[in-house]
Design a protein around this ligand. Structure first.
Ligand SMILES: Cc1cc2nc3c(=O)[nH]c(=O)nc-3n(C[C@H](O)[C@H](O)[C@H](O)COP(=O)(O)OP(=O)(O)OC[C@H]3O[C@@H](n4cnc5c(N)ncnc54)[C@H](O)[C@@H]3O)c2cc1C
Length: 255
């Protein structure tokens, strides 16, 4: 996985103002050029229906705001993704699955009546991270009928083609089988999902030169607010906290 702009843009739309003033509450699009049936009026347009965008939309609704979510895919969720076993209909998670045990997360799941399983994460352990590119996690989710599938997570600091990643995954699985005295089999691919490019980074020099000060100065310009992994970190719990305690207050003050 390499560089990725993962984002949600929250644009506050209101009816008046002029396009000339970048901080005015205006839309640069002239509604007169559109059929009235094609125009939706909302307080906020959320661009991107991933982890950050969906959380923001729900919480804005809680605050009495009208919201529209524009998502380019045919489903919401972004990196939260499942593969559905065509035989049993069982959904197997192939995306986000771990969350921090913090109030924002617990409150969010409680509203959907979803239970969470607690895992004891021992932060005193050494990093124990494998060298990348390579496989960094493998799970065998149970399927009805005792069928075996292996869910493999693979990471890379640089850009690799899907074929290179697949070949390295198969090689890694076969080495694991060999080293553990198991019959070496050619696995069948059931699903493959690339999340590349993934992690957006800037150099130390740019950070020292004020990159983040300039980035955060964009918040609220043209009535647009930004959250998502590119603005904070690749962690849903942290993004919901960022939205709850930083973005929502400044947005609601602007509305
Ligand atoms: C395999 C995997 C496992 C992960 N596991 C965890 C985990 O266990 N716990 C955790 O906290 N985090 C995990 N993460 C990280 C987590 O997924 C991200 O931090 C989080 O999804 C970022 O949320 P986001 O809203 O910024 O972006 P995304 O979830 O990527 O959502 C962005 C959305 O914007 C949409 N979009 C993009 N461009 C446009 C456009 N032009 N117009 C409209 N829509 C657009 C995309 O289709 C997408 O739906 C994992 C990531 C991956 C890839």
């Amino acid at each position: 996985m390499a560089k990725y702009l993962s984002f949600a843009i929250l644009s506050v739309l209101t009816a008046h103002g002029t396009a000339a003033d970048p901080n005015s509450r205006s839309s640069v699009t002239d509604p007169a050029g559109y059929d009235p049936h094609d125009i939706c009026h909302r307080d906020v347009l959320v661009v991107g229906g991933g982890s950050s965008g969906v959380y923001s939309a729900i919480r804005l609704r809680d605050h009495g705001k009208t919201v529209m979510v524009a998502e380019k895919q045919g489903r919401l969720g972004g990196h939260a993704e499942a593969w559905v076993d065509p035989v049993s209909g069982t959904a197997v998670n192939i995306g986000v699955e771990a969350f921090a045990n913090v109030d924002v997360v617990k409150d969010y799941f409680a509203r959907f009546d979803l239970s969470l399983t607690y895992v004891n994460h021992d932060s005193s352990r050494p990093y124990g991270l494998p060298e990348l590119p390579g496989i960094y996690a493998m799970f065998s989710p149970p399927l009805p009928g005792g069928r075996l599938i292996t869910n493999v997570y693979y990471g890379s600091p640089g850009v690799l083609s899907d074929d290179e990643v697949k070949a390295d995954i198969v090689g890694g699985l076969q080495r694991y089988q060999e080293e553990n005295g198991l019959p070496v089999a050619q696995p069948e691919w059931l699903a493959f999902s690339s999340h590349a490019p993934f992690n957006l980074m800037v150099s130390n020099d740019k950070v020292a030169d004020g990159f983040y000060e300039e980035l955060f100065a964009l918040q609220g310009c043209r009535n647009t607010f930004y959250n998502g992994a590119a603005w904070h970190t690749q962690d849903s719990s942290a993004l919901w906290k960022f939205t709850e305690y930083y973005i929502l207050p400044i947005m609601l003050a602007a509305l």
